[in-house]
Write a protein that binds this ligand. Sequence first.
Ligand SMILES: N[C@@H](CCC(=O)N[C@@H](CS)C(=O)NCC(=O)O)C(=O)O
Length: 283
Amino acid sequence: MADPIYTPPEVWTHDAENGGRFAKINRPTAGARQEKNLPVGEHDFQLYSLATPNGVKATIMFEELLEAGHADAEYDAWTINIGDGDQFGSGFVDINPNSKIPALLDRSGPEPVRVFESGAILMHLAEKFGAFLPTDHTRAEVLSWLFWQVGSAPSIGGGFGHFYAYAPEKYEYPINRYAMETKRLFDVADRRLGETEYLGGGEYTVADIATFPWLAPFVFGGIYNDARTFLSIDEYENVARWVKSIAARPAVRRGRIVNKVWGEKGEQLAERHSAADFEGKTY
Ligand SMILES: N[C@@H](CCC(=O)N[C@@H](CS)C(=O)NCC(=O)O)C(=O)O
């Protein structure tokens, strides 16, 4: 047990034994830790990911593009098991120097292009296919909500989720701080969704695709122990209306199981290479 009253030393040093779910994986340095090539499939788009809230943003986007008739959006999705440290393999680090999923290799142009950061992946695909990102005066509003989401996620995941669910000891100060911030963010979304059908306005866009995977598990339960009860998530009725309508979209239902390697076997799709991979799956 750590001392509940911590006096920071003059110079911080890394203690790999400090406990916590990610203690064995996280280090204060970047770069590859082992040589490991990435698998490559036949499609233009190679996605390296996992079905976490940040990961499913990308798989939902691909499935939405395919659902909308963009046949060129076919993709291979490969599992990066972050618990096993796959994000530190040399091939993955070449695509994302920040060692976090999702990461994309786009081979549709004259030269392969790497894209990392979920928001950048959504924008890249939206611009490439001319879909889910308006080009008129509403574009700025959509991008504002997209960047709001990407900027907010660390307070919800790395802040609230980490201290409430993952930290080896529960401390009131960080749990209070991030519970307050997470509830404030839900209130921001709830007020907006009381005014407009979707976050960016009247249309379903990349802003909704980015935000849904983070808010839905709180509404349905199942993330960070019983965070739904702890944070009184049922208060946010407009968020619940929006989450339920997006969850019913066929592309969203498919995208949520791609690169999933936990839960019910029938709801897992570790790798996705074609539409046929969903056959026999529950989603
Ligand atoms: N800002 C990044 C965050 C990505 C991120 O945090 N990914 C997590 C999984 S949800 C990850 O790969 N964690 C592995 C690690 O921290 O080593 C994005 O939006 O793409």
